[in-house]
Design a protein around this ligand. Sequence first.
Ligand SMILES: Nc1ncnc2c1ncn2[C@@H]1O[C@H](COP(=O)(O)OP(=O)(O)OP(=O)(O)O)[C@@H](O)[C@H]1O
Ligand SMILES: [Mg+2]
Length: 354
Amino acid sequence: MSTIEFKSLGKRFGAQVVLRDINLRIEEGELVVLVGPSGCGKTTLLRILAGLEPASSGQVLIDGQDMTDAVPSDRGLAMVFQSYALYPHMTVQENLSFGMRMRGMPKPLIQARLERAVSVLQLQPLLGRRPGELSGGQCQRVAIGRAIVQEPGAFLLDEPLSNLDAELRLNLRLELIRLHRELRATMVCVTHDQVEAMTMADRIVVLRDGQVEQVGTPQALYGQPRNRFVAQFLGSPPMNLLACHDSPPPSSLHVPKQATHWGLRPEHWRVVATPQPDTLTMQVQHIEHLGSHNCLHGTLGTSQQRVCVQTEAEQDTQPGLRILLQPLLERVHLFDAQGLRMNPSEPHPGASTP
Ligand SMILES: Nc1ncnc2c1ncn2[C@@H]1O[C@H](COP(=O)(O)OP(=O)(O)OP(=O)(O)O)[C@@H](O)[C@H]1O
Ligand SMILES: [Mg+2]
């Protein structure tokens, strides 16, 4: 399995700068998930890694070798796209073996690899069908199977699960995690799905406007985001962000005067019955009943700042009521005017900044 490294990688399309100064090392067997808003450069980065798009500056190293200008077939990588691009006139079996046959691999080896992929992805009942006779999820499985039989140095997956319904998505997500463990495969995966990113990744890379905002374990990025952008990008519903001059942070906290905002995730408040030193009032406007828990939406104190608070499903609340909230002090994040997080906390071992 391969290591991958980007060194000062840059990309422009005409005058538009799409990626700038990307420095990132992906270890052998690591599963790295790229996240970021639409258009931030995730697909472009994968395409440059795969050799489908030239870099404008910088280097791509695979296993320590400079592969910046290598053709895709020399890179030993397999890419699975959101649109799975199977050959429509071939059966599943032919789709899976086509690449291997083209490379003139001996039949017994083709058969062995095919059997492995078929068993891992449970494709046996589908082998004789053509793509037109498969569901979206089945096509996706075949596309992943086609990548597996190549036994690549790394898998590049661009939103591989996004066309699937919720149940299939969950199944295939678990499948990918298992595959990653079994094959000890290096994987670089793009997703828009928070849960996918948090549950699959060894490390998450947050991109914005073609730049790396932060790299780290899911826990590190969730617990110690470097700035407001990362804080609000990861987590659903997002972290509540409150302006200190409108809603002062809890008075028992030591808050440096440079702090302009404080943040607290929806799950880090407690509904309490009686006022305590740092209690805030919330006017509940809307309740989302999500089965396992509720999300209360409303405004805080007299400031009218909007907040979302997660409560237990049994918590009895009505829209229009005022409730008392206790912020969990140790969970409060402080941000300065530049949006940088300024908590004097221990750096997390998995956290790093670009
Ligand atoms: N071939 C191209 N020519 C010109 N501009 C392009 C080309 N491909 C991508 N872009 C631009 O580069 C930027 C990054 O695109 P990219 O597809 O990498 O984004 P993304 O992060 O994958 O977005 P999404 O989440 O929507 O898939 C966008 O502004 C896009 O319009
Ligand atoms: Mg994309």
